[in-house]
Design a protein around this ligand. Structure first.
Ligand code: PEP
Ligand code: MG
Length: 895
């Protein structure tokens, strides 16, 4: 028999796969003897069974019955009992937390009869009827699929008829009235009565949680967070405890350190006389956790003790949900808390200092993505700005954009390339698309633990919540502040997620202190960024000590080269030379390509040669002493020629107006002759170099002469010549022969030996499959994973991402674009075979990657696993690559 149901006393925090995160942590807290209301967890295996077959496992009903009976025995109350009913909550809990994405039903077990028992036993009829009202509402929306607005409308109408603002002001007669209204609504919408059998309520709620795994918003969240689609959720059935039993009750959320900044201290929100999701939903503004000390010192002290214990136990920032029921503290949940990027670095460093974790563990606790977030620009502190309101700093960063008052508008504007700030009273999971599309999120309600805050932090979006002064009117598509500022939809605002400030108009942004520090500039101790900067630098040091992979940069200007060097690049892994032939120089290249005579060709070359030499001199000088891989010209021929359509029009117009242009007509004929249907698969790279050998020869000579010149000035230039788009060793041999001859000529003229390694891009499937042959003619390989992905999948890299990737992502054909993160099974396998066979043929072969994947964290882990020598990425990504290369070394992914 398969066990699908586990008592809270049966598991531990290591059982997340089976019990989900919430269930495993409830079990852990139960094991630690903390005050957890008793309950049981239905495993993710049961959910997976349901999701694949459409039915709960046969044994589930009986196992739930057994555990329910035990639970009733333990607490001495029965579900639906007319005298003193047991009520339970039914909550989802996947392995990886998906905040607010899936369903929860509270107060399961209340019926027309048991509500009377609860009223009598609690001595608080209003509470009992309010709980029943909430059950019908939650059950109605999540289990029966009734639109939540139907319930809200009735509640609002009742508040209006009683002339009150808040539901707290409604009395027991209002609650009874609403219960009846809600029950009528359930019947009208479903044709059935609200179920009066508590066990049936429980079973239906469990099924609804299973079903909620596949809601649209849950799927979007999983895609965004790269959570596998097939892992399923566990369901936690837990004895209800009540925070809404009067002023000596309440519910709250606590953090053992500040999840926004990482500062040590007591952080959290508390809401007196409130139930369950009220705090997280951001419906009423909360008190700071510290205020609880005044309200209930005993509970506060107990909570602080538990927080300290949990942190020592989990060795990390914990976030906690708790409820106080008439002066008794209950722990409803804990988990290792989500945090901002800044907090992640600071906390990792603090925990090392506190002796709780070692340095390797600290490195595992931060990610390249978090580092990238810290490298985002921030508002210029010296720029003038018009502050209109201040709220909570919910997720850091500086965001500027047009105010949009609903998600659909935010998405539409973002699609048009606009920067958008989504402005809402509060967000709910349906706002996810809008949040993804926006630069930042601003809400008038909710605390640092509201839905908006939690989700924005997870996505790295700037977010400001709980701006009390803001009157958001989504109907009129505007907001105003108490001081009279008014922002209508489309007006630009700026929000600072690091201090909660909201400004009218655009505030200019400046680079982050972390970037300055990574560039080697010192940051003033008084700067409030100093603790983060300090933590980042420490962890970067650890990563550099750990890593085996070299990190170079893709740079083709001296400026970029210098920037990359300051950011820690160990050279240039890809210097693209095409821009050196475009702009004003394009005309010269055009003349070279279209030359009819040797003289015409030579004149064009004469013009280009000194320019090229200067290009290379500057870059090699900027990277003095470090390798610079210069790639010979790669782009398709048409990029150097006039546009075919423009030229055709010009010729046709000239003819039509009786002034034929002979020169243009001849040019057109030539352009037509050279026109390609698929230029990316056409005459580019080594093919162009073989058809017009003077081009490559020009570049090689310029490289050799630049090297000789720098050497004569006492510098140490280290160029490497790289041939693009090689598919067959013969292509490379041909270019190599030419290059060696040219380098030899320059060396002879200089009077000393010039050794310049010659290698190749590996960016075509055929090259990967003949790597051992190609290695004979190459001193190094550099995988061009952009072209390799394009050619292995047969995807046009310039077109497909917009054309059909959305469909592919939606269908789960891949979870992330293979142009962004290496497709390890396909393209990655080609890389790995070629690297292996290349090294076998030539043990001293140096192997790197210079496609976009060189700066992508997941791809870097893959390249470490197949033991490449280095990755090369854009200068800004260099620190991210250094960090991830260090982290990759710590994992066991090596093949
Ligand atoms: C590649 O193809 O991966 C590459 C680095 O070259 P490019 O992007 O310039 O084609
Ligand atoms: Mg390429």
């Amino acid at each position: 028999m398969h066990q699908y149901v586990f008592d809270f006393s049966q598991g531990s925090k290591d059982d997340k796969d089976l019990l989900g995160g919430k269930g495993a942590n409830l079990a852990e807290m139960t094991r630690l003897g903390l005050p957890v209301p008793p309950g049981f967890t239905i495993s993710t295996a049961a959910c997976r069974h349901y999701l694949t077959t459409g039915f709960e496992p046969d044994e589930l009903h009986r196992q739930v019955g057994t555990h329910l009976a035990e639970l009733q025995e333990r607490v001495g109350r029965r579900l639906g009992d007319p005298e003193d009913p047991l009520l339970v909550s039914v909550r989802s809990g996947a392995k990886v937390s998906m905040p607010g994405m899936m369903e929860t039903v509270l107060n399961v077990g209340l019926t027309d009869i048991s509500v009377i028992g609860l009223a009598a036993h609690s001595g608080d009829p209003r509470f009992a009827w309010d709980s029943y009202r909430r059950l019908i509402q939650m059950f109605g929306t999540t289990v029966l699929g009734i639109d939540a607005e139907n319930f809200d409308d009735r509640l609002e109408a009742r508040k209006k008829s009683r002339n009150v603002d808040s539901d707290v002001e409604l009395d027991v007669s209002d609650m009874k009235f609403l219960v009846q209204e809600y029950k009528d609504l359930v019947f009208a919408e479903t044709g059935r009565d609200f179920p009066q059998d508590p066990r049936q309520q429980l079973d239906l709620a469990i099924r609804a949680v299973f079903d909620s795994w596949n809601t649209e918003r849950a799927k979007i969240y999983r895609r965004q967070e790269r959570i596998p689609d097939d892992s399923g959720t566990a369901v936690n059935v837990c004895t209800m405890v009540f925070g809404n039993l009067g002023s000596d009750s309440g519910t709250g959320v606590a953090f053992t350190r500040d999840p926004a900044t990482g500062a040590q201290g007591i952080y959290g929100d508390y809401l007196p006389n409130a139930q369950g999701e009220d705090v997280v939903a951001g419906i009423r503004n909360t008190l700071a956790l510290a205020d609880l000390e005044q309200l209930d010192k005993a509970c506060y002290d107990e909570l602080l003790g538990i927080m300290a214990r949990l942190e020592r136990h989990y060795l990390d920032l914990c976030d906690i949900e708790f409820t106080i029921e008439r002066g008794k503290l209950w722990m409803l949940q804990t988990r290792v808390g989500k945090r901002t990027a800044a907090a992640a670095f600071r906390i990792a460093a603090q925990l090392v200092d506190e002796g709780l974790i070692d340095q390797d563990e600290a490195l595992r606790r931060v990610t390249g993505q978090q580092l990238a977030q810290l490298m985002f620009p921030q508002f210029d502190p010296d720029a003038p700005r018009e502050l209109i309101a201040t709220g909570m700093a919910a997720s850091p960063g500086a965001a500027v954009g047009k105010a949009a008052f609903d998600s659909a508008t935010a998405v539409a504007w973002a699609d048009e390339g606009e920067d958008v700030i989504l402005v809402r009273r509060e967000t709910n999971p349906d706002d996810l698309r809008g949040m993804v599309a926006s630069r930042g999120v601003l809400t008038s309600r909710g605390g640092r633990t509201s839905h908006a805050a939690v989700v924005a932090r997870g996505m790295g979006r700037t977010c400001v919540t709980g701006v009390d002064a803001l009157r958001v009117d989504p109907g009129a598509r505007q907001f105003s502040t108490q001081d009279g500022a008014r922002v209508v939809e489309g007006d630009v605002i700026s929000i600072d997620g690091s201090n909660g400030e909201v400004y009218l108009g655009t505030v200019p942004v400046v680079p982050s202190a972390v970037v300055d520090a990574l560039h080697g500039e010192s940051v003033a101790e008084a700067d409030d960024q100093a603790p983060v900067v300090d933590a980042v630098l420490r962890l970067m040091d650890l990563a550099d000590q750990q890593r085996r992979l070299g990190v170079r940069a893709n740079a083709d200007t001296p400026d970029d080269a210098r920037r990359a060097r300051r950011l820690g690049a160990a050279g240039i892994g890809l210097c693209r030379t095409e821009h050196m032939f475009l702009g004003p120089r394009r005309k010269v290249v055009e003349r070279l390509i279209l030359a009819r005579t040797a003289e015409q060709r030579e004149t064009a070359l004469e013009e280009l040669r000194p320019l090229q030499r200067a290009d290379f001199t500057e870059i090699l000088e900027a990277m003095d002493g470090l390798p610079v891989t210069i790639r010979l010209l790669d782009p398709p021929l048409h990029e150097f020629l006039p546009d075919l359509t423009d030229l055709s029009v010009k010729v046709a117009v000239a003819e039509a107006t009786g002034t034929p242009d002979q020169e243009a007509a001849e040019l057109l004929a030539e352009v037509q002759r050279l026109h390609e249907q698929n230029p990316m698969l056409g005459m580019r790279g080594v093919r162009l170099g073989l058809v017009i050998p003077e081009l490559f020869a020009l570049q090689v000579r310029a490289i050799a002469e630049a090297t000789a010149e720098l050497r004569s000035r006492g510098l140490d230039p280290c160029p490497e010549i790289m041939v693009p788009l090689v598919a067959a060793v013969q292509e490379l041999e041909s270019v190599r022969e030419m290059a060696q001859e040219t380098i030899g000529d320059v060396a002879t003229a200089a009077g000393y030996e010039l050794s310049i390694p010659i290698g190749t891009m590996i960016e075509l499937p055929r090259a990967t499959m003949t790597a051992s042959q190609i290695a004979e003619a190459a001193e190094f390989f550099s995988f061009g994973t952009n072209d390799l992905t394009q050619t292995a999948w047969g995807f046009s890299r310039d077109d497909v991402e917009a054309a059909f990737f959305p469909t592919y992502l939606e269908r789960g054909i891949f979870g992330v674009s293979p142009f962004e993160s290496i497709d390890a099974e396909g393209v990655g396998r080609l890389v790995s075979i070629a690297a292996w066979e290349g090294k076998e043929a030539r043990p001293d072969l140096k192997i790197g990657v210079c496609g976009e994947h060189g700066g992508d964290p997941a791809s870097i882990h893959f390249f470490e696993s197949i033991l490449l020598d280095y990755v090369s990425c854009s200068p800004f990504r260099v620190p991210v690559a250094r960090l991830e290369a260090g982290r990759a070394r710590l994992s066991d992914e090596r093949s």
